[in-house]
Design a binder for this molecule. Structure first.
Ligand code: THU
Length: 275
């Protein structure tokens, strides 16, 4: 069977597509080594990610009919240049069909032919992992500290300042509330014995940082980020010391907080060394 015939079969297979969402009909025709033809078309789903492409539908058809040796596949759609198989289909074709010819065509008789390995230059296969058991060394690796950490806020700040620039200069005199997650209220037990507390928070509106720069908080002189309190830091974490004014169940009233409304609070600690 020649490539032209294969493309014609792929074009015909488009008529069996189920593509109500994209309305882009794709057909595929897969030729086995013994000259048997299997076709497929794209089958979409309301849960879009469940969609299967025409090429894979053809592969499933052929494999399930008992075929394991393939020569070529044609793909056809109404687009110019002709459609080329998506990455997922290339991966599936590599594993189940190997380095076959891929003929891409459209309704205007444009065609293009490539081998699968031209389309998938460095394929992934079992050779990448079969002889690569998990080593004990990995568990003891010094590099483990490089894995990003994530935190779960325990509460948030409520006050009238919605952007960092609106925090007044006399913030030390002003009251804010910190609402702690009601499920964590028990963790506040005996906090009312403290005069000052440390609030650790995430500066959720801060973006970007420089390691060394002029620092407005230090007379515009140049300091490293770890040698100042600049809010733009590698990790947007702040530490504020505030006076505890009141606790009503899970709601704290504090004085002197330099954080904007809505700031996620990561932790509270007592400041007993500075009593
Ligand atoms: N599609 C295929 O059938 N084959 C390809 O190689 C690319 C994309 C289908 C999936 C979906 O139904 C529609 O085209 C739009 O992405």
């Amino acid at each position: 069977m020649n490539n032209e015939t294969l493309i014609r079969a792929a074009r015909a297979a488009r008529s069996r597509a189920y593509a109500p969402y994209s309305k882009f009909l794709v057909g595929a025709a897969l030729l086995t080594e013994d000259g048997t033809l299997f076709t497929g078309a794209n089958i979409e789903n309301a849960s879009y990610g469940m969609t299967v492409c025409a090429e894979r539908t053809a592969v499933w058809n052929a494999i399930h009919a008992g075929h394991r040796k393939f020569k070529s596949i044609a793909v056809a759609a109404d687009c110019s240049p002709p459609p080329s198989p998506c990455g997922a289909c290339r991966q599936v074709l590599w594993e189940l069909a190997g380095n076959i010819d891929v003929i891409m065509g459209n309704l205007a008789d444009e065609t293009e032919k490539m081998t699968l390995l031209e389309l998938l230059a460095k394929p992934f296969g079992t050779e990448n992992w079969a002889e690569n058991p998990v080593s004990r060394e990995l568990e003891a690796s010094e590099d483990l500290w490089r894995i990003p950490v994530s935190f779960h806020p325990v509460g948030y700040v409520v006050n009238d300042y919605n952007v960092p620039q609106t925090i007044p200069d006399n913030y030390k005199e002003l009251l804010s509330k910190i609402i702690i997650d009601a499920d964590m209220e028990e963790g506040l037990y005996r906090l009312d014995e403290e005069k000052n507390i440390i609030v650790i928070s995430h500066l959720h509106k801060a973006a970007g940082y420089t390691l060394k720069d002029k620092r407005s908080g230090r007379g515009n002189e140049v300091y490293g980020v770890f040698a100042c309190r600049a809010p733009l830091r590698p990790n947007a974490i702040a530490q504020s010391v505030v006076e505890l004014v009141d606790i009503d169940r899970n709601i704290l009233t504090v004085k002197g907080l330099d954080l904007i409304n809505g700031t996620p609070v990561l932790d509270l600690k007592t400041d007993y060394r500075n009593k």
